[in-house]
Design a protein. Structure first.
Length: 223
């Protein structure tokens, strides 16, 4: 987002889109977790769509610099309740991706965005053009990319928590989980993968996400 400082409109649209995406993600997760008996989300007031309860500081830093971030994690149910575990950890991503694709379908129906390449680059710098089209594009991309990023199997992302929640409780897996999650090394790894270019014009993780999201965006927008 910081790359859009020269364009206040894009910066505002990027900020609002990110806040909406992570708030939606954390809120639906918390609602599903409560239905599975999690009282902590109620005590923390996370069952309400309040951005203050769902924006993660490190996720916000990543979004500000790389254009992609994550929501504050929700503690998953006990690993013995695998159905509940999977539902809680995947629902945020599913809703984000559905909302994002819906917005992009609407954009394609009204204007089309032929030639859109590299969704993460657009989320870094914004885009010119018609205000309504810009708003739909950035809103759709923010939700789509937030959902896809959350599936990356590195804690504290949902994909990482799901991986370790379903993995065998061998010493090796437990040690890896402790290092990545409890010692927050996973956050450092994520920030490095999102922010540090590794032999190319952008960092590795945005490149991978672009490879997945780019064809989806072109498909649903008719680009």
């Amino acid at each position: 987002m910081l790359y859009a400082l020269g364009d206040p409109v894009s910066l505002l649209l990027l900020l609002l889109s990110f806040v909406f995406a992570v708030t939606l993600h954390g809120w639906v997760q918390s609602v599903v977790a409560r239905r599975h008996g999690d009282r902590a989300v109620v005590a923390e007031r996370r069952t309400k769509p309040d951005p203050r309860r769902h924006v993660d500081p490190f996720g916000a830093v990543a979004a500000a610099i790389a254009g992609i971030g994550w929501a504050k994690p929700v503690d998953p149910p006990d690993r013995r309740r695998r159905g509940a575990l999977v539902q809680v950890l995947l629902v945020g991503a599913v809703v984000n991706i559905a909302v994002g694709l819906g917005a992009l379908v609407a954009l394609g129906a009204v204007s089309g965005v032929a030639g859109v390449v590299g969704p993460s680059r657009l989320l870094q710098s914004g885009i010119g053009g018609d205000l309504g089209a810009r708003a739909l594009l950035l809103f759709g991309l923010a939700n789509l990319m937030t959902g896809l990023l959350s599936l990356v199997p590195i804690p504290p992302l949902d994909g990482g928590r799901l991986l370790f929640g379903l993995a065998p409780r061998t010493p090796g897996w437990q040690k890896a989980e402790y290092q990545l999650d409890e010692r927050n090394i996973g956050i450092a790894v994520l920030l490095a993968l999102l922010l540090i270019p590794l032999g190319g014009p952008q960092a590795l993780l945005p490149t991978i996400l672009d490879t997945i999201a780019g064809p989806l965006v072109r498909l649903v927008t008719g680009g």
